[in-house]
Each structure stands twice: as C-alpha cells, then as structure tokens.
Write a protein that binds this ligand. Sequence first.
Ligand code: NDP
Length: 402
Amino acid sequence: MSKVLIIGAGGVGTVVAYKCAQNREVFDEIVIASRTKSKCDAIAAKIGADNITTDRVDADNVDELCELLRRHRPDIVINVALPYQDLTIMEACLACGVNYLDTANYEPKDEAHFEYSWQWAYRERFEKAGLTAILGCGFDPGVSAVFTAYAAKHYFSAMETLDIVDCNAGDHGKAFATNFNPEINIREITQNGRYWQDGKWITTGPLEIHTDLTYPNIGKRDSYLLYHEELESLVQNFPTIKRARFWMTFGQEYLTHLRVIQNIGMARIDEVEYNGVKIVPLQFLKAVLPNPQDLGENYHGETSIGCRIAGKGKDGKEMTYYIYNNCSHEAAYKETGMQAVSYTTGVPAMIGAMMFLTGKWNKPGVHNVEEFDPDPFMEQLPKQGLPWCEVINGDLEVDKIG
Ligand code: NDP
C-alpha cells in the first residue's frame, strides 16, 4: 500500500493528480495539498476518485509542512509547488522520514540563479536517513536526462555533444502568455545563456544565439540557446560530453512582448514601493497575465522535446542519435484539462514517483534522474501518454552552429 502527497495545485499538480489516479495499483492513496485548498478541492472533484483527499499548507514554512506530513504519513512527496519551496520541503521530508521528488531546482526568490548546489548539499543527510530524493523529474529537466542516460546505456561508448531541443509549436490565440508559472518562466528566459564547451561554461547574452532547427511533424523553428539546469548534472554524470547546449523556440510576437516587459521594468524581481505597499513587478505581472492553466481550451498544435547526441557508438564508430517526444495540446487538454507543457511535466513526475514506489528507483541520497536505470522509466513513458521516437545517424543540424 502506498500513499503519495502532491504539493502544489497548479497546471502541473493537476496533471500529476490525474495520472496518479489513473495508476491506482501503485498509488493507493493520493493527498493534494497547496496554499489555496479550494484549488486542491476543485482538482479532486474533477477527477472524482474516492482515494483522493486534500489539505492546505504554506510550503515556505517547515513546521506547517511537518504537521502536514505527520497528519498524512505519505511514502513520497511530489513537489510541484514553485522552486522557492524545494529546500523547505526537503527539510520537512528529512524531519519526518518521507521520500522526495521535484521538477525544478531550488531558486532563491531574490535572485534568478539556477544551480543544484543547494539541493546537492542535502546528499549526506538523505543518505544517512535512508531516504531517496529525486531531483528534476519533469520533462526538461527530467525526460531530457532520462533520454540521455538511455542513449549512454544502449547506444554510445562515448557521447561527445548533446543538444537538448525544446519546441512549443502550439498556438493558444493570446498575444502573450507563458506556458507555466509566468514568474518562473520569465526569470528563466531573461537570464544570460550558458553552455558547456571543453570543460568550462561559456556565457552568452540573453537569447543572443539562435538558429533554425527542424522539429518532427512541425518543421523549422527559430531556436534560442538558453541555460537550463539539467546541463549542470548531465556534464558531471557523463564526463565524455565535450559540448552541451539547450535550445528553446520562441515566436517573434512572444519575444517582442518580452523585450517590452523588460524595457519597462516589469521583469524586475526586486521590491518597489507602490502607493505605500512593497510589490515585486514580476509578481504583479503574473497577476495580470493569462493563467497558464486556462490556456488549454483553445490550444492547438504540439510540443516536441528531445535530445540530439553525437559521439562514438558501442562499436567505436561515429554515430548520431535523436530521441524525442511530440505531445499534442488538444490531446493533453482532452485527458486532463491542461495544455501540453503541464502534461509533459506532470506525467514524468508521476512516473518518477511510480519508479520509487515500485522499488526501481529506490536509492538513498539526493539524485538527478540520469543516475537511475532509464529502462523502466522509458517503458512507462508511452504507456502513460508520452510516446518517444528515435532517429539513428540522421542530420542533427546542430554542428552548423557555432
Ligand atoms: P503554478 O503556478 O500553476 O502552480 C504552482 C502551485 O504551487 C500553485 O497551486 C500554488 O498555490 C502553489 N504554491 C506556490 N507557493 C506555495 C506555497 N508557499 N505553499 C504551498 N503551495 C504553494 O505552476 P506550474 O504548475 O506551472 O509549475 C509547477 C512547477 O513545475 C514549478 O516549479 C515549475 O518550475 C515546474 N515546471 C517544470 C518543468 C519541467 O519540465 N521540469 C516544466 C514546467 C514547470 P496558489 O494557487 O495558492 O498560488
């Protein structure tokens, strides 16, 4: 018998709850807890399963979290609140003997800074407590790293270049909206770009490098080099990688809005005084932008996310490998009421928890997903709604750039 506690009732939390409920043989009992309990109640009512209960928690507060964990005694927490809450939830899990999984690395609120050091610092404590913490188990990070581990296990003797390519070719009909939490999304995109080259990080200006890449079933899309957190753990865990980069597509309309938002100071994350109250402009902007959870209804088109890898195959010969998933916004919405970006994050988070609960990814300590056996996870992906395809020795396009 196993019990899962989902913290966060946003777009991703909704998908996680749906998918856990669909896999009752693994998740006997499901608790959804978040800052606003009514949102948890709405999700539970929509799913309509009799094994879901809801609760309220301020996940910034370790004592409140401990009370929640003691009340429900879950086997694992799936943290799909915001990256700001990662450390408080990890602390509470340690205090109460609960295993942990998340989809985004910790970020301090006052600095858009992406690195695993804060969470890796918990390695010894989780190991000593006999608890497993699984970091970055969404799509990217998440499936992107599992794809890389799968390539290493089955195809390559030495991977040399890795390009993670993330395309959203969907259209939601809005002039400007982000596909997940706007505050987190805009912080990520407006920072400097960064990639790994010959043993060191190269920094670029924000969205400085871009190129057309061709995505399956979609076509050519302008793709921008960003820093993305999984690069940090992947180059450590696969040290033969000489160059690792991350690309994401953006339309011109989106980028024009983003530029204006930055130019007028609305992307600021420091406090400003407004009518005697302190507000953070980016948090205020979030309040007036479309809610990512409401984008699903008229969202058309697909996402396509994958890994393009080159290196030496198991036979020592040069080879290329492209592995990807395409996910339809319409199909995701039909199944869960959420668009494909929430869907592609929530499904892997559920599968990660399933891997832990079925004993396949049970390894005390704090681990990024590529440190586990990719095979049972890869087997579940198509069964749970995210089929994947492989192209061997095709043109990766990425060597024509830079
Ligand atoms: P949302 O903003 O839609 O949802 C966040 C939820 O967390 C809300 O229910 C919110 O509550 C709750 N929350 C926020 N602060 C607290 C708190 N202090 N205590 C309790 N609950 C809190 O975000 P998304 O669902 O879009 O994203 C969820 C996570 O998934 C994020 O960390 C994001 O970075 C990550 N992500 C990962 C991806 C990947 O591929 N790895 C891709 C996309 C997202 P309230 O409703 O009250 O505000």
